[in-house]
Design a binder for this molecule. Structure first.
Ligand code: ITT
Length: 181
């Protein structure tokens, strides 16, 4: 069984990556070392820089996942600031910002960065389009899942098993797996 070190402090991401990659016979091992997050509008350079930094620092091949929720009516906010907004404002405040908004479209994006020590990073992007719900629904998943609707149900309502068949993370990890192969 192949092993991959995943540098993340986010337990939801870890659980999903473990489930998705276990089906491909890859064991995911968490590393809590963290990495500096660049301030960029796009997630790709953040994931690339983080993967290279962590691989060189830990002297082993590593994977990182930089992700975010891009709300169309808010010009892509919170996007690269998704972790900060989730921690400091939370889903209710995001719903408040969207109160009078009829354009509910949003895109979830996950960028997997992979790098070997001394090497150059590679990145794999996965996206899924949906809508921002009018209230939190469902107890599955983590983070923004209760307010992100995919075809009428929130990721929180769909639960991990269904979410993992179609999520942004699944799509990014599929590309990563094809490349590894
Ligand atoms: P790392 O240690 O991996 O960096 P993080 O939580 O800081 O973890 P990010 O910087 O990538 O991660 O921030 C992404 C934010 O978006 C964070 O608040 C996540 O909880 C949230 N998020 C990412 N993927 C999600 C998903 O599939 N469902 C719901 N929320 C998600």
């Amino acid at each position: 069984m192949r092993k991959i070190i995943f540098v993340t402090g986010n337990r939801g991401k870890l659980r999903e990556a473990k489930d998705i990659l276990a089906a491909k016979d890859i064991e995911v091992i968490q590393n809590n070392h963290g990495y500096p997050e660049l301030q960029e509008d796009e997630l790709e350079p953040i994931a690339a820089y983080g993967a290279k930094w962590a691989a060189d620092e830990l002297k082993m091949p590593v994977m990182v996942d930089d992700s975010g929720l891009f709300i169309h009516a808010l010009n892509g906010f919170p996007g690269p600031y998704s972790a900060f907004v989730e921690e400091n404002l939370g889903n209710q405040r995001v719903l408040k910002l969207m109160e009078d908004e009829t354009d509910r479209r949003a895109t979830f994006k996950s960028v997997i960065g992979y790098c070997e020590p001394g090497g150059e990073p590679v990145v794999f992007t996965g996206t899924v389009d949906g809508n921002i719900a009018y209230e939190e629904r469902g107890s599955g998943g983590f983070g923004y899942d209760p307010i992100f609707e995919y075809e009428g149900q929130t990721f929180g309502e769909l639960g991990d098993a269904v979410k993992n068949t179609l999520s942004h993370r699944r799509r990014a990890l599929d590309k990563f797996f094809d490349w590894l192969d």
